[in-house]
Design a protein around this ligand. Structure first.
Ligand code: ARG
Ligand code: ASP
Length: 716
């Protein structure tokens, strides 16, 4: 009897989240989630979150620069996002004299707000289910090629039916592996100015050591403002632009949260792979992640030592290093998490259940029976190509010279395909790319990164999988290291000033020079060969795999009507929800849901590049000068934890309470939680947010910019 009761209690507690996590489409909340959300403590309705008829919370959410999320928090277009999302902009405005990375930046009035060419924010105006229109004409016998063609034609036809004023667009995206399609009507504002940022010692406190970890003490936020034409429409930067009066801005609550309170994250998660078969999960976490991690161990060893030795390099490489180190550490957490919770075994169990349920459906059996074995075979056959692709991909990602060569190759293809005039027209944009790229480029550091990575490539990739050109060059040079040294010594691509000058003077000669450059040719051959012998091969498999993954997803939706499935993330607007709560770690250690400024002081190491604390913050702490932002017992909250399913791209997403008010700012996940890109485990997967009270305190008391808090709608 006792057993039965506790079993029921157990089922009741896990049932609501039994599917585990979820990144839900805002327009489906009413049908799929509203009831559960309200039972967990949400006081608003699905219509308050997303409505096409009336203003709703979604009107305050922006896709920030296409890679992060931000939210509008005042009726003058003030946008809150992460420090690491605004990082590139902050870095671009930083010099050794005005080092905003190191000292922070606070605009005291709109005149002081700094424009950021290339940065934009995008609102979602409307979401439509367009599955029927996009898949019209596809039948059970349509093959993959034909299917892709039909979808392309239908997409173009559907797009043509939307009326799209300047700066608006319609994006049509597949969901559930291509079983459903949704259209997103977007509006993009290209004038976004930097308003405020704490120093990196706060915005990036703990840096790589604390990244992807809890307990966390990072004030990871920055402020921007959206500018529009005087009539409120999107407009390119102009002095006559004015702060946007948004349709909606979020209320900010200083009431804080308690463990168990309802929590919601609204944002633009980038990519997840939650429906991979077990075989593919093994490949990812046991083969591919370790290769990529190993390559980045090498590049980071070079970059980190160069940064430690030179303050100018510290500025120039700040963003690059953070980008490389972030995924490097994430992959380690993901592989560990998957192993630790037995995610692969759980996936196998799901596959067994899939087969069992299929047994009970004799009519469907023929259609789905071969699916999983076939998927397994295809993934296995593709693995060798995937391995080479991982090595080459890491070279292209970590070595700037190769990044540049690839960019130029793509731009110059325009000259080949569309003629010199088409290329000439794109010269101003290319000049901008080159200037951005070469600002802070250090060929010698880059050369050392290249040496180390290329040595690893040569050691691991069999000569058969290397390009003949690369093999010949290698034979001539003698060693991989010598070859890289020669390439760098003889390349124009290391000389940004010369390239820019040449492109300005004579675009045609520029193209000839670049084509003749040995390093450019080398990068091209490395990729060309890789394309023909690896990528084409890889893509041919991917095409068949996609078709089968789609059928598998369709099977899951059909045979598991008792479960709710959410579509993989694809950089579209989603809602995740859970609770504000701590967790019990895999070794039984317990973690509470909140950290405080005391914890910052515990971690403080004077002068350390990761754990230094600015003097002003130490003084505020000593004097407990927290203004109205402290907790009831007089402490300053810093970060907070929740069980929302998030991924890359969710950074900067608002963390809301049951009333839909802003209580925090999402920026990270805990160590093994990063596995939630392939497997969500409700027991240990947690997202990390900055407590909004810390943000307000930093703006007001630390930054001395109370006028910015005064523009917000603060409630308690
Ligand atoms: N891990 C977080 C995310 O994926 C924060 C990254 C920024 N911090 C860093 N040290 N790179 O974006
Ligand atoms: N830090 C990530 C981001 O930038 C969020 C995450 O992966 O949890 O989007």
């Amino acid at each position: 009897m006792r057993y039965a009761l506790s079993l029921i209690a157990f089922l009741l507690t896990i049932a609501p989240l039994s599917a585990g996590g979820g990144m839900w489409l805002p327009l489906l909340l009413e049908n799929l989630n509203e009831e559960e959300m309200q039972s967990m403590g949400m006081e608003i309705s699905a219509e308050d979150i997303y409505s096409i008829n009336a203003g709703s919370l979604k009107d305050a959410i922006v896709h920030f620069g296409g890679f992060c999320t931000g939210e509008v928090i005042s009726n003058r277009g003030l946008v809150l996002t992460n420090h690491h999302c605004g990082f590139g902009a902050i870095q671009d405005h930083s010099t050794l004299e005005h080092n905003y990375l190191e000292d922070g930046f606070w605009a005291m009035n709109t005149q002081e707000e700094l424009p950021n060419p290339g940065l934009f924010v995008t609102f979602i105006e409307r979401i439509d289910d367009v599955t029927d229109r996009i898949t019209a004409g596809i039948t059970d016998t349509t093959d993959e090629r034909e299917r892709a063609r039909i979808i392309q034609v239908n997409t173009a036809a559907l797009k043509a039916t939307y009326e799209l004023p300047a700066h608006t667009e319609v994006l049509i995206k597949p969901f559930y592996e291509g079983n459903q399609y949704y259209a997103f009507v977007t509006k993009t504002y290209p004038d976004v100015r930097l308003v405020g940022a704490p120093p990196s010692s706060i915005g990036k406190f703990g840096a790589d050591t604390d990244n992807w970890e809890w307990p966390r003490h990072t004030g990871d936020f920055s402020l921007f403002r959206i500018y529009a034409a005087p009539d409120g429409s999107p407009a390119d930067y102009s002095e006559t632009n004015v702060p946007l009066v948004p349709k909606r801005h979020l209320e900010v609550s200083t009431a804080g949260v308690k463990p168990g309170d309802f929590s919601m994250i609204f944002g633009f998660p980038g990519t997840t792979d939650l429906y991979l078969p077990a075989t593919a999960m093994v490949q990812r976490t046991e083969v591919i992640n370790p290769i990529r991690i190993g390559m980045r161990d090498r590049s980071l060893a070079v970059i980190d030592s160069a940064m430690r030795a030179d303050p100018q390099v510290r500025i120039d490489y700040a963003s690059k290093q953070a980008r490389i180190a972030n995924a490097w550490k994430k992959w380690r957490g993901e592989s560990q998490g998957v192993a630790a919770v037995g995610a692969i075994e759980q996936r196998r169990a799901l596959e067994r259940e899939f087969r069992q349920r299929l047994e009970a459906k004799p009519t469907a059996r023929a259609e789905y029976q071969a699916l999983l074995p076939e998927l397994e075979r295809l993934y296995a056959d593709r693995l060798p190509a995937e391995i080479v692709r991982a090595y080459v991909g890491e070279i292209n990602y970590n070595v700037d010279l190769f990044r540049m060569a690839n960019l130029l190759e793509a731009r110059m293809r325009i000259a080949d395909n569309n003629g010199a005039e088409a290329f000439r027209q794109r010269v101003p944009a290319l000049l901008e790319d080159l200037r951005a790229f070469y600002r802070g480029y250090h060929p010698d550091i880059d050369r050392r990164v290249a040496r180390s990575l290329f040595e690893a490539y040569v050691a691991a990739v069999s000569p058969d999988d290397q390009s003949p050109f690369v093999r010949d060059q290698l034979a001539f040079a003698g060693t991989p290291g010598k070859l890289i040294d020669e390439l760098f010594a003889g390349s124009y691509l290391t000389r940004g000033d010369r390239l820019i000058e040449l492109l300005q003077r004579d675009p045609e000669e520029f193209v000839e020079y670049v084509r003749a450059d040995r390093a450019f040719q080398f990068a091209r051959q490395l990729n060309r060969h890789n394309e023909r012998h690896v990528i084409d091969y890889y893509n041919a498999y991917a095409e068949r795999i996609n078709g089968l993954q789609r059928a598998y997803m369709d099977g899951l939706l059909r045979f598991f009507p008792d479960r709710r499935f959410y579509p993989d993330a694809n950089s579209t607007l989603r809602v995740s929800y859970g609770k504000y709560e701590g967790f019990t770690g895999l070794e039984g250690e317990t973690f509470t849901h909140q950290t405080y400024l005391d914890g910052v002081m515990d971690k403080y190491v004077p002068g350390d590049y990761e754990f230094d604390v600015p003097e002003k913050l130490r003084t505020l702490y000593r004097e407990k000068d927290y203004g109205p932002y402290a907790t009831e017992d007089g402490r300053m909250p810093v970060c907070v934890l929740g069980s929302n399913h998030t991924t890359g791209g969710n950074s900067g997403s608002p963390a809301l309470n049951g009333k839909g008010q802003l209580v925090g700012l999402n920026f990270d996940r805990t160590w093994q939680s990063t596995m939630s890109d392939v497997h969500y485990d409700p027991a240990i997967c947690r997202n990390i947010m900055v407590d909004i009270r810390y943000v307000l305190f930093l703006i007001d008391k630390f930054g001395g910019a109370p006028h910015l808090v005064a523009e917000m709608t603060v409630v308690d």
